[in-house]
Design a protein around this ligand. Sequence first.
Ligand SMILES: [Zn+2]
Ligand SMILES: [Zn+2]
Length: 252
Amino acid sequence: MPTSGRYVPYYDDIVAAMAAPGCAFCRLQLRAAERYIDALLWESVNDPRIRRQVADARGFCNRHAWLLIRPGGALSSAIMYKDIVQAAAQIVRDAPAARQSLWQRVCAIFGRHRPVDDPLVQALAPQQRCPVCANAAEIDTHLCETVLSTLAKSDEVLMHYRASAGLCLVHFRSLLSYARQPAARAALIAVQQEIWAALDRELAEFIRKSDHQARGEKFGAERDAWERAIALISGPQPVTSSHFGGITQSER
Ligand SMILES: [Zn+2]
Ligand SMILES: [Zn+2]
């Protein structure tokens, strides 16, 4: 997969992301996905090996596929997805009905609709992970290792973490899974607990002020606590079109 445009966040990037709204790791993951897709679209789309990998993954996952919507992304997307459409059609052509197992034929005769172990269904499934997801897993590892190696030397990262919006549940779990050292693990848990407790108080205040008995009381900082809670637990709102990237323009 493309390497020249690959984005690997440094510690300073983590600190900067912790000062911005939302989960710092999600923010950096979006940046990494944007850069990765840029490299793929502008540098690697003519590489047959990479085109094959994207086709074997049956395209990108839903979350990452829509990042292809960006200035100048149309032609490269058309080229890659043409491969996948052709591959799917070829798989179906190569799987004659005669290859149905006896069990499948019995199910068909008796009208049973439970899913069967169908080779065609298997062949149409992704044969490897979405390439951007595979890159994201490597970035996650790198982010966790960077935070933990920094924490092993100083508590400074805890200060930035405490002042941040906290990590989303996925990334908090990810960080904990790498935190083997008991003191570091306890320190990270304590910070995330503080962040959850503060958000819990804001949610309670939002709920209280939403009651008709509190009519007339103006909302304060808690006005968007419910949106921040969704992001902190379920992850950020999916980006459906990129604000970044775009070396060439193909809009007409
Ligand atoms: Zn996150
Ligand atoms: Zn993906």
